[in-house]
Design a protein around this ligand. Structure first.
Ligand code: FES
Length: 107
């Protein structure tokens, strides 16, 4: 059904440590899951500037920096914080349940 979301377990909760971004795959997507101040965030591992591997970049507070040309995005809502990217990165709802990290992805 269009618009329906599926909750998918992608990792054990302990696999993403504070201040770290790690990449997981779900439904054909590569998703970077980050933990900042204890809370999880999930962004697509695909920089909107030129498809760089965003999840391989560094995390500075809520900002994730693309390792290719230095664009920065806010992991909370995907908005661009620094050029050269002009468009927001895709974000996903993420939660911890029963020791697992779950990401909500469109059906
Ligand atoms: S591909 Fe990410 S900044 Fe260029």
């Amino acid at each position: 059904m269009p618009g329906t979301k599926q909750s998918i377990a992608v990792a054990a909760a302990g696999e993403v440590l504070e201040g770290e971004a790690r990449i997981f795959e779900a439904k054909g997507l590569r998703i970077a899951i980050c933990r900042v101040q204890g809370k999880l965030y999930a962004v697509e591992d695909l920089c909107t500037h030129d498809d760089g591997p965003l999840g391989a970049g560094s995390l500075d507070g809520h900002a994730i920096e693309c390792p290719r040309h230095g664009a920065r995005f806010d992991v909370r809502d995907g908005r661009v914080l620094r050029m050269p990217a002009a468009f927001p990165v895709r974000v996903f709802s993420v939660s911890e349940k029963d020791g697992q990290i779950h990401v909500e992805i469109d059906e």
